[in-house]
Design a protein around this ligand. Structure first.
Ligand SMILES: [Fe+2]
Length: 119
C-alpha cells in the first residue's frame, strides 16, 4: 500500500454521499440555468452536450479514484470491473465530443437558428 491509508480510510472517502450529491446537484443546476436562459435550440443542444460531458468527467474522476484504491488494496476483480466502467464512461465522453464536433457545435456557431439549416 505504502500510503499509510487502510481500507477504512478509503471507504470513508468513497462513501461520502453528501460530497457526491452536492457536486452532481451543482452540475444539474448549471444545465437548468442554461435551459432557463432559453437559448436558440442549436445553442441549447451544444450547452447540454457540455453539461453532459461535465457529468461524464465527474463520473470518470470518481471511478478512476476508486479503481486505484481497489488496485492498491488488492481487490483485483473489483479494480477490473471499475476499470471497465471507467472505459465505458470514457467512450460516452468521446461519443459526445464526436457529436459536438461533427454537427451540434457547428449548428450553434451558425447562430443556433435551426431554420437556416433546413434550406
Ligand atoms: Fe456516465
Amino acid at each position: 500500500m505504502g500510503m499509510g491509508m487502510g481500507t477504512s480510510s478509503f471507504v470513508a472517502i468513497v462513501d461520502d454521499d453528501d460530497l457526491m450529491r452536492s457536486a452532481l446537484e451543482g452540475l444539474l443546476k448549471e444545465g437548468k440555468e442554461l435551459i432557463s436562459e432559453k437559448p436558440a435550440p442549436d445553442v441549447l443542444d451544444a450547452g447540454l452536450i457540455s453539461a453532459a460531458q461535465h457529468v461524464e468527467h465527474y463520473e470518470m474522476a470518481g471511478y478512476g479514484t476508486v479503481r486505484t484504491y481497489a488496485r492498491q488494496l488488492g481487490y483485483d476483480a473489483q479494480s477490473e470491473l471499475l476499470q471497465r466502467t471507467l472505459d465505458e464512461e470514457g467512450e460516452t465522453d468521446h461519443l459526445l465530443t464526436a457529436l459536438a464536433e461533427s454537427s451540434i457545435n457547428l449548428d450553434a456557431e451558425d447562430g443556433g437558428d435551426e431554420s437556416k439549416n433546413a434550406a
